[in-house]
Design a protein around this ligand. Structure first.
Ligand SMILES: C[S@@+](CC[C@H](N)C(=O)[O-])C[C@H]1O[C@@H](n2cnc3c(N)ncnc32)[C@H](O)[C@@H]1O
Length: 376
């Protein structure tokens, strides 16, 4: 039995990528029982995930032969093969309010939990509770993966950090040691969603069999030129911008070279806001809060409208106990994000829709933060 949970799965690309990898690796049907669960608070995203139909954007870094092998073209859309689609199950779940997914009243224990690009903008207190619960959801020996910029040893204290294929993952120790318990009772706290009912808590998770197949897609960064870059001499700025985008992609994959790539971008263009943003995130990840703040400050000096840098500054200030500075940066982020269309990609935060980030920013700003109701 192999259980995988994609927590905050959005429209399912990540979980289907896992399904395809397993389809290839565990080639003999019947030898493994697979339970692949994707959860999110966003019902519309879950519906898209269930359908397994994607636009070309989802394949921007995926080799064409993989797309051809696993997807059928339907006009401008791509439909995932049914045998892969039915390997996964999607259900609504709120990471902040709901308990660990259960089956017949018993909390499930997962061999792999993926929770990427979800924790990063939650206020520290909420992040701690959610992180503790993610740790709890692991089977002994199970692994948790977050985005590189979300790595934080102090957050996942009950788990053991280890390097795996160039990435850092958190492992729950085998029997004898257990993951840290949640520090506080979460029910009652309302941040990103006003509904506390998960559609699958207490329900069953269907078991699926693996079969033969091949590879998986990846969804990674592209970047948007800033007005400042448009005005600057093209060649070196383009290069710095391209390096910054690469640094971000490498950081998202947990690759240590992200830092040197971003530093190269800054040496080419000391005013490359996105490179400073990446360097700030990497500094945060190392626990260097002063260094992080210096980079975010530089990014904001160049691009005062960079909402993710304001949110990151808020996170740094929260960790430093500077509450009014944190509130100020969060408020600025809310103001900036409110001006964007909900489904527009946030500049400086590849793949992140503005509406989602706005919810995060609002939730953190109010503390007990009423958030948008996402249920129909
Ligand atoms: C930026 S997307 C990340 C998607 C995917 N994990 C990835 O890395 O590509 C963040 C997702 O987290 C979901 N989310 C935000 N708050 C959540 C919560 N409290 N519980 C569950 N999902 C949440 C959002 O609806 C959104 O789909």
């Amino acid at each position: 039995l192999l259980r995988v949970w994609s927590a905050g799965c959005a429209s399912g690309e990540e979980l289907y990528s896992v399904a395809m990898v397993l389809h290839e690796l565990l080639g003999r049907p019947g030898e493994w029982t697979l339970e692949l669960l994707g959860t999110d608070i966003d019902q519309e995203a879950l519906e898209r995930a269930r359908q397994g139909i994607y636009r070309a954007w989802s394949f921007r870094r995926t080799p064409q032969d993989l797309v051809a092998r696993y997807f059928t073209e339907e006009g401008s859309l791509w439909r995932l093969r049914d045998d892969i689609r039915t390997m996964a199950r999607f259900a609504r779940h709120n990471l902040v309010l709901d308990p660990v997914p259960q089956e017949d009243g018993v909390p499930l224990q997962f061999d792999l939990v993926l929770c990427r690009n979800v924790l990063m903008y939650m206020p520290r207190s909420v992040r701690e509770d959610v992180a503790a619960r993610l740790g709890e959801s692991l089977a002994p020996g199970g692994r948790l993966m977050v985005a590189a910029v979300e790595l934080d040893g102090s957050l996942f204290g009950g788990l053991v950090a280890e390097r795996l294929g160039g990435a850092t993952v958190y492992r729950r120790p085998q029997a004898g040691a257990s993951a840290r318990r949640p520090r506080s009772a979460v029910p009652g706290r309302k941040l990103f969603d006003t509904s506390s009912r998960s559609s699958f808590v207490g329900g069953g998770v269907p078991r699926r069999q693996a079969g033969p197949g091949a590879g998986a897609p990846q969804a990674i960064a592209e970047r948007t030129a800033t007005p400042r870059e448009a005005a600057a001499p093209a060649r070196s700025v383009e290069t710095a911008a391209a390096l910054a985008a690469r640094a971000r992609a490498e950081a998202d994959r947990g690759r240590p070279e992200a830092r040197s790539i971003a530093e190269r971008a800054v040496s080419l263009d000391p005013l490359c806001a996105e490179a400073h943003h990446v360097l700030g995130l990497l500094a945060m990840e190392r626990g260097d809060l002063e260094g992080a703040a210096a980079h975010f400050r530089r990014a904001l000096y160049v691009e005062p409208g960079l909402a993710p840098a304001h949110l990151a500054m808020a996170a740094v200030a929260e960790r430093q106990g500077r509450r009014s500075a944190a509130a100020r940066h969060r408020a600025k982020a809310v103001e900036l994000l409110s001006r964007l269309a909900a489904d527009a990609e946030v500049p400086g935060e590849p793949g992140v829709p503005a509406g989602w980030l706005l919810e995060m920013a609002r939730g953190g700003g109010s503390g007990d933060g009423a958030a948008a109701e996402r249920e129909p």
